[in-house]
Design a protein around this ligand. Structure first.
Ligand code: AMP
Ligand code: ZN
Length: 470
């Protein structure tokens, strides 16, 4: 039984799709005015794990992710510049060029991270009519009002507003130091359609029944999920920062228009921080996947690093922690390479009790709200098990890797040898020389020295292999 933590109820619930084995899933995608940093990638990685776990359980998943290329303003108060327009101005490019450039890098990075792409990437600018129609629907039902800069959603008309986020609205009013437009009726009201400023020519603007302008940021996800998945669907996810505003507003708009429940399961991934600071694009303090690769790490080292933490736990990024993940990954790759050498082609595909036991323990962990650290422990325990044959081990490792996505089936020897410290390489050379001179005593002594430093030398038929000891 698959259990997922639902932000709506703040509890782990059994996952029951609306339509049998077919699952409809939506994730809030990137705002493409800048690079997606490794924090953003943590969220997309968690969504990938969810997608993989659903598939592993036999569900057929229709997966939609939006690309925000308009309307996301610098401030959450519906004020300030549009992030896309601001970035385009700074870089002297058109908004379209900026959006296409960063979308391409985002797609490359998730490919490198072995993150499955969704079935549909939907761009906000491709769904302007659907967004206008949604505002019209809300207008007809009496949820909207005008201010001098656009059409707003009146949150006091939607009784369940802020329920998922458990917002204390009266506390917000009293405690808030946020300046909010005097024309807004309630502090939580938000823009559905913003009018283009009179004194400024925007690159992205469209005609609408209310005047030339652009959609409020929250609108796109409600309009596109409705167009691509329907009014009511199974899973919606994103980073934890989306709970109080973005997702709260999506729920209000969608349910106010359709009169139906919007989403059954809301899943949110915790943040990746950099030391004690938030990693954020707007502050400019962030690390990209490319930065990691330039420093000699591979996307799989970063994926392994992410697997070590549960998605609902805050994770601190540091190069020391990434180094630990790198050796963990290299160790695992070394094990896989050794197993590949050991397997015998004539062993019948067996299904021993022990093998089944490991498989069911693994399933139990991944189905317990995607518990990757514990699923990884099952993998390691299985690899060290004394009773399983090499064939059984490698089959199980490849099977588990359908979830981990570490690309174990394509691990190559040269990929792990780059991680060996210089000191160990020099000692290995010395040992080779001693062996050539048939000085086996020195060769053995050097092997012991290497062992004391935490490495093992294996004389294989393909030559020498060095690997970290377990
Ligand atoms: P954005 O491009 O800002 O719209 O963000 C894309 C996704 O990354 C959203 O689901 C955010 O919630 C998520 N996100 C933003 N910052 C972080 C972070 N530091 N750690 C994890 N996820 C993040
Ligand atoms: Zn969204």
């Amino acid at each position: 039984m698959l259990k997922l933590f639902n932000t709506l109820t703040r509890s782990k619930e059994e996952f029951i799709p609306i339509n049998g084995m077919n699952v409809l899933m939506y994730s809030c995608g990137p705002t493409v005015y800048n690079y997606q940093h490794i924090g953003n990638l943590r969220t997309f990685f968690f969504e990938d794990i969810l997608f993989r776990v659903l598939k592993y359980n036999g569900y057929k998943v229709r997966y939609v992710m939006n690309i925000t290329d308009v309307g996301h303003l610098v401030s959450d108060q519906d004020e300030g510049e549009d992030k896309m327009e601001k970035s385009a101005k700074q870089l002297g490019k058109s908004v379209r060029e900026i959006a296409d450039h960063y979308t391409e890098i985002f797609k490359r990075d998730i490919g490198l991270m072995n993150i499955y792409p969704p079935d549909v990437y939907s761009k906000a600018t491709d769904y302007i009519q659907e967004q206008i129609d949604l505002v019209k629907c809300l207008e007809t039902k009496g949820y909207t009002y005008f201010t001098s800069d656009g059409v707003y959603f009146d949150t006091s008309k939607f009784p369940d507003y802020g329920k998922m986020a458990k917002l204390d609205i009266s506390g917000l009013k009293e405690g808030s130091r946020i300046e909010f437009s005097e024309e807004k009726k309630n502090i939580t009201d938000f823009a559905l359609w913003k009018l283009s400023p009179e004194n400024e020519q925007r690159q992205m603007e469209w005609d609408s029944p209310w005047g030339k302008g652009f959609p409020g940021w929250h609108l796109e996800c409600s309009a596109m999920s409705k167009a691509l998945l329907g009014n009511h669907f199974d899973i919606h996810c994103g980073g934890i920062d989306h709970i109080p505003i973005h997702h709260t507003n999506e729920i209000a708009q969608s349910e106010a228009c359709s009169g139906e429940k919007f989403v059954n399961y809301w899943l949110h991934g915790e943040f990746l921080d950099m030391g004690n600071e938030k990693m954020s694009k707007s502050s400019g303090k962030f690390v990209t996947l490319q930065t990691l690769m330039d420093k000699g790490y591979t996307p799989m080292h970063y994926r392994y690093f992410l697997l070590m933490a549960h998605y609902k736990k805050k994770l601190k990024f540091s190069y020391e922690a990434l180094d630990a993940a790198k050796s963990g990954y290299n160790n695992l790759s070394g094990k896989i390479l050794n197993l590949r050498k050991d397997i015998s082609s004539d062993e019948a595909i067996s299904s021993s009790e022990k093998k089944n036991d490991f498989k069911s323990r693994f399933l139990e962990k991944i189905n317990d709200d995607l518990n990757m650290p514990e699923a990884m422990s099952v993998l390691w325990e299985m690899l060290k098990d004394g009773d399983l044959s090499s064939n059984e081990k490698i089959n199980l490792a490849y099977d588990f890797d359908m979830i981990f996505g570490l690309g174990l089936e394509s691990v190559q020897p040269e990929k792990i040898e780059t991680d060996i410290p210089e000191e160990i390489r020099i000692l290995t050379e010395k040992r080779n020389e001693a062996k050539k001179k048939r000085d086996f005593k020195s060769a053995d002594e050097i092997r012991d020295e290497i062992k004391q430093k935490g490495y093992e030398i294996l004389d294989t038929k393909d030559g020498i292999q060095i690997k970290k000891s377990d």
